[in-house]
Design a protein around this ligand. Structure first.
Ligand code: 7TS
Length: 415
């Protein structure tokens, strides 16, 4: 196979931090391969949440008492740390906390798109966009008269860059692309797409929900204008997402939500806005979640993002090799593990993906089946649904074998 046989990570040690992985169902140890939907949470992050409520809980920005000061410092510093984690040198001013990636997409679509787009303008997406991006830009385009165009994909499941060069032109105002596809696993050439966008004075929004959790990401090296991701897909809690935006663009943008915390001066007639990023964080923000996400990032950095990436490649290579033993399995996305993230979408001939996931569940193997919020992509692939196994730093090759055994069981049942 041309790869090392031992895991790049000390998985046994890592698994001690994730108590949920010890769960058993009908005597079978859980095999959790649904990490692209949400990842599990280590004790360190669970403790950060309970420690916060036990010792620090207070509202931020507004109190002068000890607890509020402590909570404010921890919450504000979380922005700096998350910004640094993805290479944003503007620190907190360039890092807005949102509810999730979806809200980050909507923030930009409403606050920038609704004000800036007009008839004749074009928004260029890819055919592999998650609905979070696709539906959002589609609806904002309808409201503004702008047109949405989609970069096609090749047989191999990669972006058709020739098509991208044709589509991105002088009418393009926004290019919104997924960094790593949640359905195909494809890693897209976002640096090249950023160059294409900027050559035509367009902005670029990169959806990094499946990229930031498992590889080093540098938003400045990509030259992304906006970059979004979700805490719950990177060992953090639910309820927090992150929007990186270049400071000069965020400064020019109107707010997305109005209310307390995001204002500087309010009269009965008008209001002015707070500094970045608070201008985009109306109301009581995601305090516990932000602090816990900071702890998740520290956890991932301690393990090492390069090593997490290597581990996923090591698992994906093995999974693809195992899948390729069978000619009744259709695999989606590029075969080369260096061109894809740690997830594998597939279908087993003659078995609906939902039935497959249900048989997997009988083996305590958790995978996802469906359209993975990429319905138009599945139409292009000619299938209503696919099954998907997705890996994280605590998964093992033995778990991939359990997946393959469970598929074999499905094969026997449906034969
Ligand atoms: N973008 C991509 C590429 C995603 O994979 C997801 C979630 C989102 C955006 C939205 O993230 P959220 O945190 O706002 O929900 N993807 C999936 C998935 O593949 N299965 O469940 C959620």
């Amino acid at each position: 196979m041309g790869v090392q046989e031992s895991a790049p990570l000390d998985v046994e040690r890592i698994r001690e931090d994730f108590p949920i992985l010890e769960r058993e169902f009908d005597g079978n140890r859980l095999v959790y391969l649904d990490n692209a939907a949400t990842t599990q949470t280590p004790n360190q992050v669970i403790d950060a949440i309970s420690d916060y409520y036990r010792a620090t809980n207070a509202n931020v920005h507004r109190g002068i008492h000890h607890l509020s000061q402590e909570a404010s410092i921890a919450y504000e510093e979380a922005h700096d740390n998350v910004a640094r984690f993805v290479g944003a040198s503007g620190e907190r001013e360039e890092m807005v906390f949102t509810k999730n990636t979806t809200e980050a997409e909507n923030l930009v679509a409403y606050a920038w798109g609704l004000n800036e787009l007009k008839e004749g303008d074009e928004v260029v997406l890819t055919q592999m966009e998650h609905h979070a991006s696709l539906v959002t830009w589609q609806q904002i385009a309808k409201r503004t008269g702008a047109e949405v165009k989609y970069i096609g994909i090749t047989e191999e499941g990669e972006l058709d860059m020739e098509h991208a060069r044709e589509l991105i032109g002088e009418d393009t105002r926004m290019v919104s692309v997924v960094h790593v596809s949640n359905a195909l696993g494809t890693i897209n050439p976002v640096e090249e797409l950023a160059d294409l966008a900027h050559a035509d004075d367009s902005l670029i929004f990169v959806d990094g929900a499946q990229a930031v959790p498992n590889r080093p990401v540098d938003v400045e090296a990509i030259d992304a204008d906006f970059y979004a991701f979700s805490g719950h897909k990177m060992a953090g809690p639910t309820g927090i997402g992150c929007l990186y935006g270049k400071k000069e663009i965020l400064e020019e943008m109107e707010p997305f939500l109005y209310g307390g915390e995001m204002i500087r001066k309010v009269t009965f007639e008008d209001s002015t806005w707070n500094d970045l990023p608070w201008k985009f964080e109306a109301g009581t923000p995601l305090i516990a979640q932000g602090i816990a996400l900071d702890r998740a990032i520290e956890y991932l950095e301690d393990v090492g993002m390069d090593r997490i990436r290597a581990h996923e490649e090591w698992l994906t290579e093995y999974a693809i090799d195992r899948f390729e033993e069978f000619d009744d399995i259709d695999l989606y996305g590029p075969r080369d593990p260096e061109k894809r993230g740690g997830l594998v979408g597939f279908n087993l001939d003659g078995v609906h993906a939902h039935d497959l996931a249900s048989i997997m569940n009988d083996h305590a193997v958790a995978i996802r089946a469906g359209d993975h919020c990429t319905q138009p992509l599945h139409d292009e692939l000619g299938t209503a649904a696919s099954a998907r196994a997705s890996f994280y730093l605590y998964n093992t090759r033995e778990e991939v074998d359990r997946l393959i055994d469970a598929i074999d069981d499905a094969r026997q049942l449906f034969a």
